[in-house]
Write a new protein. Sequence first.
Length: 80
Amino acid sequence: MYRLFINQIDDELRHPTLTGNVLVVTFGLVDVLLVSLYQGLLLTELLHPPEVKPFSNIDEMIQRIGNKEFSLITYYPGNW
């Protein structure tokens, strides 16, 4: 994307002011950083294992609790 931004002008990156040059370079660095972070995020989501659900409906849950595959517990924070 930074290359596309640079290619909009002629072969040289020249602005009449130093501030313009600094702004273009800053925009380019931030753009490259954000694109790199986004690519890493996409790759992480592709490599993330799918979520495994232990049961699909309430009847299956009741059956698994009855078969002692699962058990119900209560958790009261702050009360022992």
